[in-house]
Design a protein around this ligand. Sequence first.
Ligand SMILES: Nc1nc2c(ncn2[C@@H]2O[C@H](COP(=O)(O)OP(=O)(O)O)[C@@H](O)[C@H]2O)c(=O)[nH]1
Ligand SMILES: [Mg+2]
Length: 321
Amino acid sequence: MILVEPRIAIILPAYNEAATVAETMRSFHAALPGAELVVVNNNSRDDTAAIAARTLRELGAKGRVLHEPRQGKGNAVRRAFLEIEADIYVMADADLTYPAGRVHDLIRPIAQGEADMVVGDRHSGGHYAAENKRALHGFGNQLVQRMVNRLFNAQLVDIMSGYRAFNRSFVKTYPILVEGFQIETDMTLHTLNRRMRVVEIPIEYKDRPEGSYSKLNTLSDGMRVISTIVKILRHYRPLAFFTAMSALFCLAGLLAAIPVLQEWMQMRYIVRVPLAMLAASLEIVAFLLLAVGIILDSLSHHEKHRAELHYLRVYGEQERE
Ligand SMILES: Nc1nc2c(ncn2[C@@H]2O[C@H](COP(=O)(O)OP(=O)(O)O)[C@@H](O)[C@H]2O)c(=O)[nH]1
Ligand SMILES: [Mg+2]
């Protein structure tokens, strides 16, 4: 349990956000004057870093501007999680789209020890549907959301929100392997897979103000969403994934075998030898895929075991403080 005032860090990844970063910092400082403001700049070509540093001085706020040379939001968040020591972490966009005034609602379940991650949910209030001008993004969001809920038997509404709060044991046991915008989905998957507690709080959401542009690209990030889905299945449900692949090959092998079997029944002789070989090869591949699935399933079991032991240690330290 945290007895003294918790240290709170507000993490703002910012890439070319000169238009909005200062105002975002001011709004968070107004909501939580005691919190540390951390802007993670990432090779911005505009004045983001200078403006952030100046705003810190003007506000007299605690905080830092971090610089991460590797491009990508995932890399930026990773840098902040590595460098910043706090009890409660908040992550938000530096683009004024998320309501800083709601930060208290986000950190409350963390401070009370009731959640490991709190997500500001843009969908429940209908704000995202009303403000988001890119239909494909809504569609991509929904696709991944449905799959994740099904896979983990969850009922999450917004798995890609960029407005979140975390406790220390989440931050210090979360391996960030993704580099870009997959970070939000990955965080949600991590909490579900590690059986952490996720709480969603409906929030308001505005589109970016005039003159400020999203860093998301519909096509390339859409492709990434699809590859994310495949990766999720492969990594989190290897047995199901490889069994499904194996079933496909098995089926193809059976189809190829039908004419061969017919020949054999009728003439007790096989003319279509190449087809027979194809059928046999497909079945061998099917068998191999199944074996791979079983091996990976066992590996992932051991990995979960190890991760849980590590989590027990870090969580214990957090509770003792
Ligand atoms: N540090 C860093 N921040 C980034 C990068 N890409 C995006 N961001 C920030 O991450 C936040 C979310 O990006 P945004 O373009 O608003 O995505 P959207 O909200 O999904 O449209 C914003 O504050 C961006 O400035 C990056 O490569 N590095
Ligand atoms: Mg944004």
